[in-house]
Design a protein around this ligand. Structure first.
Ligand SMILES: Cc1cc2nc3c(=O)[nH]c(=O)nc-3n(C[C@H](O)[C@H](O)[C@H](O)COP(=O)(O)O)c2cc1C
Length: 229
């Protein structure tokens, strides 16, 4: 589109310097967007829900803050930015959080990551009710931004909403002002996850005999409503 517009501009076409600059500028923009679309799909594909980690791989507060910055720049309903985060990357605090979480409901025989493969850090995403009692869909957008940042840096994680909230609030002495929304577990992934095509409506994720985690996903055609609306 841009290229066509530039070509129609007579002065840019005839002036070698301007045309050259515009061309290279245009090419630069186009090649950048091609680069980003490749990068984004790659990141999203790699951004699986990881639940087994190299527990002894540390995550620093600096890293957590770097990923949080991506949440900071993300969309927010009414731009109210009502979500905040409790950072955890110490053994003691991590253990407290871990004890309040329910992992992979469909894997009935698996109680969750065992000692040595647990997350190295957590972000407890809370709603600051003193700003507003609404958070619209900010929680998922922010969580995805955080996780994409982690994946880009060679880490990964999982959004957990199955939380014993009263217990977590008590364990971390979270004041009434904050409502727990999600926990984002983070670490250096130590598991293989593959995406399968979803068949016969069965969306349950599962693990094979080699411990590979399978996630069935609907094909794009099945995401399209075909009733002619
Ligand atoms: C809102 C939300 C809540 C989730 N809660 C949990 C949870 O409590 N425990 C868990 O193990 N996984 C949880 N997950 C992870 C999903 O199970 C996971 O996204 C799904 O199996 C698809 O896998 P994928 O993320 O690799 O595509 C949650 C994901 C989302 C988006």
């Amino acid at each position: 589109m841009d290229v066509c517009r530039f070509l129609k501009r007579k002065d840019w076409d005839t002036h070698p310097l301007i045309a050259g600059y515009r061309w290279s500028n245009t090419f630069y923009i186009h090649s950048q967007s091609l680069f980003f679309s490749f990068m984004l799909k790659d990141l999203i594909l790699r951004n699986r829900s990881y639940r087994r980690f190299y527990q002894n791989e540390e995550i620093t507060e600096e890293q957590l803050r770097k990923w949080l910055e991506l949440a900071r720049f993300s969309a927010s309903g009414r731009n109210a930015q009502t979500l905040k985060y409790i950072l955890s990357n110490t053994r003691e605090k991590n253990d407290k959080i871990f004890g309040t979480l329910a992992w992979a409901g469909f894997l009935e025989d698996w109680p969750g990551p065992s000692e040595g493969e647990r997350p190295s850090a957590y972000l407890v995403q809370v709603l600051d009710k003193e700003i507003s009692t609404q958070y619209y869909c900010d929680d998922g957008i922010a969580a995805q931004s955080i996780l994409l940042g982690a994946v880009e840096d060679g880490y990964g994680g999982c959004i957990l909403r199955a939380i014993n909230k009263p217990m977590l609030a008590k364990e971390l002495y979270i004041p009434e002002q904050y409502e727990i929304i999600n926990v984002i577990a983070l670490g250096k992934p130590n598991e293989t996850i593959v995406i399968d095509e979803l068949k016969d409506g069965d969306y349950k994720y599962w693990r094979d005999e080699n411990g590979v985690h399978h996630v069935p996903k609907r094909v794009v055609d099945d995401l399209v409503v075909k009733d002619g609306y």
